[in-house]
Design a protein around this ligand. Structure first.
Ligand code: NAD
Length: 457
């Protein structure tokens, strides 16, 4: 058992300890929040080497993409939250109706208490620490449960947290499904879950027992439309990055492309060029190309390769957890790869004939986490956005929008509920508590019974 692992029988005690600390009020002052955000940023920057090494071990992540998403960006987000904190915490003041004057209404943003953060393995630091930034900014305590599927990254968090963060407010619990299940039996003030929709339902059912609010950051198949008016060369580069970043293991990744018939051949050829330019003719030798997180995940993706005709790639090696960047064409809609979120380095490219067909296609399926439109004709993009739903969207870009600190990030419907990052994370972790302040100098009797009889009775 890892030193930081808490026996599951003690989770009740763990939550009680953090709640008792929360109730002392020590997590509420702005100074404490600023200090914890500073400590979090320092934990990352002081130990960036350990963060990079763990991402390499678990996912063979190259250092630029490690920094871009899981390391430097998270430290920057903590700094940004610290700078913005006082503005976010400022109560909103509004006027009251005539009958309540003299008076004033203020909306306070009060902490919720003790939160549970359950992270996924694909961006093991970003998906645990970014919610935590919201929790700290909101003045809460929290327990973090990193994913067991990325064990080197989970160990880094467990090792460093006690050295940097307030131990009375924060713990890291290691373990797998039994530990997560035991954690979910506790009464939390907030649960933040990132992972697939099936487990999202388990989390929400557990939260319902205590009427605990949840943020669910789930997945789905993000469709990407390439219109006839698109700048095809730029679309090919951005889509290649959006699909093959982290070897396709990205929740906002391009799941499949719907390309307009008249530009299909040209787009496919440019997409192939982009892949070769990024990763060379043999991507298994590229230091920039990642690996499947486990043999089990590798086997699942290999099983999907037969869903269509291989246009590029298709090679795989289970010993190295390697699957080449793969483009599939002539993929039937009822084939396995089109039935589930791919979450790996396969990209089916399907042909469409009209904007109406695209809209009908999207609306006939569960609401995706992201939807991307590549088009120079912005009316086309707006028509598609205006007639469909997705958690978030991108026009002439894909996948990377969660890196914009102030953009509300999250799903809708099957892809999740609740938004975070920047002020949205602060709001997710606070109760907007409306307070009516009244003066007592006047107290007109008109509001109290007995009331005058209704006219005409
Ligand atoms: P995972 O298997 O690492 O699971 C996530 C967490 O859930 C882990 O901490 C794990 O312990 C816990 N868990 C797993 N099974 C459980 C069970 N039966 N009961 C209780 N807890 C359980 O992650 P995953 O689900 O493989 O992650 C991939 C999915 O996550 C994809 O669908 C992806 O799109 C989605 N995802 C979404 C986002 C987002 O921000 N919306 C980000 C990353 C990944």
């Amino acid at each position: 058992m890892n030193v930081q692992q808490v026996p599951s029988t003690d989770f009740g005690k763990l939550v009680a300890r953090h709640r008792a600390y929360f109730l002392t009020g020590k997590t509420r002052p702005v100074d404490w929040r600023e200090a914890q955000l500073t400590a979090l940023a320092a934990m990352i920057t002081d130990n960036a080497k350990d963060f990079h090494a763990a991402l390499w071990t678990d996912l063979r992540r190259n250092w630029i993409e490690a920094d871009l998403i899981d390391v430097a960006t998270v430290a920057h987000e903590a700094d940004y939250a610290r700078q913005q904190l006082k503005t976010w915490m400022r109560p909103v003041v509004t006027n009251v109706p005539q009958m309540m004057q003299p008076g004033e209404v203020r909306v306070r943003f009060d902490p919720l208490g003790v939160g549970l953060i359950i992270g996924a393995w694909n961006y093991p630091f970003f998906l645990t620490l970014s919610p935590l930034i919201g929790a700290i900014a909101g003045g809460n305590a929290a327990v973090i449960k990193p994913s067991e599927i990325a064990p080197a990254c989970a160990d880094v968090l467990a090792k460093l947290f006690p050295r940097y963060m307030d131990k009375d407010a924060f713990s890291v619990v290691l373990g797998a499904v039994p530990e997560t299940t035991a954690l979910l039996e506790q009464k939390w003030d907030h649960i933040f879950y990132t992972g697939g929709p099936a487990v999202g339902k388990i989390v929400m059912a557990a939260a319902a027992k205590h009427l605990t609010p949840v943020v669910l950051e789930l997945g789905g198949k993000c469709p990407t439309i390439v219109h006839s008016s698109a700048n095809l060369a730029v679309a090919a580069n951005r889509i290649a990055q959006g699909r093959w970043l982290n070897a396709g293991q990205t929740c906002t990744g391009v799941d499949h492309v719907l390309v307009f018939k008249d530009v299909k051949e040209q787009f496919l050829s440019l997409l192939k060029d982009s892949v070769i330019q990024f990763y060379g003719k043999d991507p298994s030798r590229s230091p920039d190309y990642g690996r499947m997180v486990s043999e089990r995940h590798h086997a699942r993706i290999v099983g999907l390769l037969k869903s269509g005709e291989v246009f590029l790639g298709g090679q795989h090696d289970s010993k190295d957890r390697y699957i080449a960047p793969t483009i599939l064409v002539n993929t039937p809609l009822d084939s396995p790869v089109m039935q589930e979120e791919i979450f790996g380095p396969i990209l089916p490219v399907l042909e469409v004939g009209s904007v109406e067909e695209v809209i009908n296609y999207v609306n006939a399926r569960p609401k995706p986490l992201g939807l991307y439109v590549f088009a120079e004709d912005l009316e086309v993009a707006e028509r598609i956005l205006g007639a469909t739903e997705s958690g978030d969207a991108g026009i002439n870009d894909c996948t990377i929008h969660p890196l914009v600190p102030e953009l509300p990030f999250g799903g809708v419907g099957n892809s999740g509920m609740g938004k975070y990052h920047g002020e949205w994370g602060f709001r997710a972790y606070t109760n907007a508590r409306g307070v009516l302040y009244r003066g007592t100098a006047e107290d007109p009797g008109v509001r109290y019974p007995p009331y005058p009889s209704k006219p005409g009775t």
